[in-house]
Design a protein around this ligand. Structure first.
Ligand SMILES: [Zn+2]
Length: 146
């Protein structure tokens, strides 16, 4: 399946045009002993911002603590580009759009299913005699005996 991209556009507080691209990677090339092979995958790519008159910026990051700025409340960044709430909601919208892709939805469902199975196995393991969470083996408490 082809990689999917979604774009949005806005202006910085100083009027520079910004084009933000988010990508959902569904196929990547692996180098297998001299052969290039295309492999299906499902990962979010790096968010890119092309800003008129400035170097491209990479990597969407949501701030834990917002910053008050004369242009508005800064809630996230792409590289060195700060995003006020209004522009951040545009970026979140394109990421959310990519997350509507059936392959992404199926992957999330698989992750959820796996987590439930892992929780069930861990519960069974924890209730079996001799298992020790501290050392992760059936030590019957030996790891704490010294
Ligand atoms: Zn132990």
């Amino acid at each position: 399946m082809e990689n999917q991209t979604a774009k949005t556009e806005f202006k910085t507080s100083t009027g520079a045009n910004v084009v933000v691209t988010a990508e959902l990677i569904l196929k990547e090339t692996h180098y297998a002993d001299g052969d290039n092979i295309a492999v299906d995958c499902c990962e979010m790519g790096i968010v890119t911002a092309k800003i008129d008159g400035h170097p491209d910026q990479f990597g969407y990051h949501k701030l834990h603590k917002t910053i008050d700025h004369k242009a508005g409340k800064i809630v996230a960044t792409i590289g060195n580009l700060s995003l006020i709430e209004k522009n951040n909601s545009l970026v979140e919208a394109i990421i959310d759009k990519l997350k509507q892709h059936p392959v992404w939805i199926a992957k999330q469902a698989q992750i959820e299913k796996n987590q439930k199975e892992i929780a069930k196995m861990e519960a069974a393991r924890d209730s079996s005699p001799g298992y020790c969470r501290k050392c992760g083996s059936y030590c019957y408490g030996d790891c704490e005996a010294n």
